[in-house]
Structure formats: C-alpha cells, structure tokens
Design a protein around this ligand. Structure first.
Ligand code: ADP
Ligand code: MG
Length: 332
C-alpha cells in the first residue's frame, strides 16, 4: 500500500497521485530518481518502502495530513547560515510527503545541501535550478523524485548556481525569473500541494527570486544567542519586496530550531521570539539532535534515517501544524 493510494481526505485530482508511478509529471515525462536504489514493484524504492513502514508504525491510525485549501508556496529564509533552513525545508517536506501531501523542495542554495539530503543527482552539469533561472529549461525538465517518497519532488541545485547572483544582475526581469518558472500551470501539472524554497544564507537576488515567487515566508530561528540579530534586516527586505515586487508576501511561519533544554538561554530565546512574533511561531520546537545532523550524510531526511527519533517526531509535529493551518479557512 503506498501513501498516495490511501487518502483519508477526498482528492480532487487523483490521476497522477493514484498512478502509483514515481512522479508522472505530465508532458509525457516520467521522472525517476537518478541516484539511489532502483525503483521496484509498485514504484517505491526500498528507502521509500522503509519510510512508509515506519510512518505506519508511528501512526497506526494512519496520519494523513489535510491538503491545503490553496497550493502553498513558502520561502524558507534567514540570511544567517547554519540556523536550520535546509534541515527544515528537507524534513518538513519529507514529513508532508510521507503523510500524503505532494511536496516540492526547490534547492536555491549553490551548496546543494537540500539536494544531497533528498538524495537527488546534483553533480555539476546536472540540469538544475540554475538552468531554470537563466531560462534554458523549465522546472519540469529538471525536477526529480526523491527516493524517500514518490510524493517528494526536488528541483536540485548544483555548484553552477554560485555564479547566478552575478549573472542575474544584467538579466531582464531578474527578480521574477523563478516566479515565471513556477507558474500555476507547471505546478498544477506537478500536482503539488506544498512548495518549499530553500534559500542561501544571504539576501541577494536568489533569495529575492524566492520571495517574489511565493506568498509566504517561513523563518527558522536557532535557539542561540544572537538569534534575533539580523532578523530586522530580513524583515526589512521582505517589506521592500512586498512594497515593490510582491504585495501578497508575508511572514506566516516561524520555527524554533536546535533547542537545547539544558541551557537557560534556549528558553530565553524561545520566549523572546514568541513575545515578538506571537502566533506566527509554531508551538513545536525542534530539539538539537544528533540524528537530525547525521541524516544528510546518508542522503536521508531524519524521518527516513531514524523515524522514531525525537528529531523525526518533532519535524512531523511541525509539518502537522503547518498543514492544519493551511487547511483552515482564511489562512494561506
Ligand atoms: P542552514 O541551511 O540555515 O545553513 P542547516 O539546516 O544546514 O542550516 O543546519 C546547519 C547545521 O546544523 C547542519 O550541519 C545541520 O545538520 C545541523 N542541524 C540542523 N538542525 C539540527 C538539529 N535540530 N539538531 C542538530 N543539528 C542540527
Ligand atoms: Mg542551507
């Protein structure tokens, strides 16, 4: 039984989802994970089967996250490095996919860490988000299915993206190239419910492209000293994009990451962030966990690497909160 054949909620579009295929995405194109084990039997890789089994064990009653009322596009941003952007995009995306939501992670960081964790091909020369931004190809030409779940798609980033910030400067419509590429028709054919864009640790043109292409900003904040430092600058930039390029943009979601319960500081940061941002902050807090940090080294999300771990459970809880908000009237 595959996740996408066992919906607890009614589905409007069932053809692609029920095909059991690993991402038949339209235009006659069938996607297969380039790296990772070969697809077997009903279209699930061994890792995907394992992950599904684990998901069923963890939720014998069958946790199925509700689809959003509208397709949701979220930019995962914070110009500080190492705060958990990539970890969050990958693990929230994986949690959603393993619990029935079609999810696309767009890797917009030349480091390609999200592509690594999702185990999709991203060697230099691989068609990637870079070729999409410079207008050579479309998203459907580069999107890959992660072997972690047939519901989990990824637009990879290669090191070729490193020059894009500079190349984009002289291009026409340089701030809205990603938006053009992620058009409604493309996303409808990919049949995705959630799109997470994993940004590099800067506020340059790549991040601006993400902010123009989405209407929600999802900010991971590390429970550390100086956590709020630099956030003012991020919010100011979001304000500028909102004013000049994308009036629909707003910060909707904040997630506290790498919480270490042994330190007083972590609690201080938590209450400070909650005091400042109120309900935008998810109730779930991601603990600091060795399993979370080990998983990408094996080309895994923490959900597939150690499904019973605290890190995995907390990312499932975060995904659930986001999905429940998205399913409510008036949200997103
Ligand atoms: P960013 O994308 O913001 O630069 P990452 O998601 O790459 O940040 O995280 C930075 C580092 O911290 C990575 O090595 C990652 O594995 C590790 N990390 C992230 N979240 C956790 C966590 N909850 N527990 C332990 N390590 C974590
Ligand atoms: Mg990152």
């Amino acid at each position: 039984m595959s996740v996408d054949r066992d919906w607890a909620v009614s589905r409007e579009t069932t053809s692609l989802r029920q095909a059991g295929s690993v991402g038949a995405v339209g235009a006659g194109q069938v996607l297969r994970p380039v790296s990772g084990p070969p697809i077997e039997g009903d279209g699930l890789t061994p890792i995907a089967e394992e992950a599904e089994r684990a998901a069923r064990l963890l939720h014998p009653e069958g946790l199925r996250l509700p689809r959003p009322l509208h397709r949701r596009l979220l930019t995962v941003a914070n110009q500080k490095g190492g705060v958990g952007k990539t970890t969050t995009a990958v693990n929230v995306g994986a949690a959603m996919a393993l619990h029935g939501l079609r999810t696309l992670v767009v890797d917009l960081d030349p480091q390609g860490n999200a592509s690594t964790a999702l185990s999709v091909e991203h060697r230099s020369g691989t068609s990637s988000v870079y070729e999409v931004l410079i207008g050579e190809v479309g998203v459907e030409d580069v999107v890959q299915v992660s072997p972690h779940s047939p519901n989990l798609l990824c637009v990879p980033a290669t090191i070729d993206l490193a020059g894009a910030e500079i190349e984009l400067v002289s291009m026409v419509a340089r701030e809205s190239r990603l938006k053009e590429a992620l058009g409604e028709d493309v996303l409808a054919r990919l049949d995705v419910d959630y799109i997470f864009i994993d940004c590099p640790p800067s506020l340059g043109l790549l991040t601006v492209n993400a902010l123009v292409a989405t209407n929600e900003v999802f900010i991971p904040i590390q429970c550390e000293y100086y956590a709020l430092e630099g956030l003012g600058q991020l919010l100011a930039n979001i304000g500028l994009v909102q004013q000049h390029l994308n009036p629909t943009l707003s910060v909707t979601t904040i997630l506290l990451t790498m919480y270490d319960g042994r330190t007083k500081l972590a609690d201080q940061v938590t209450s400070e962030v909650r005091g400042h941002f109120g309900d935008l902050v998810l109730r779930t807090i991601i603990p600091r966990s060795v399993k979370v940090s080990e998983a990408p080294g094996y080309g895994q999300s923490v959900l597939t690497y150690d499904p019973g771990s605290r890190g995995a459970m907390s990312y499932i809880d975060a995904a659930k909160e986001i999905a429940l908000r998205g399913a409510e009237e008036g949200s997103a």
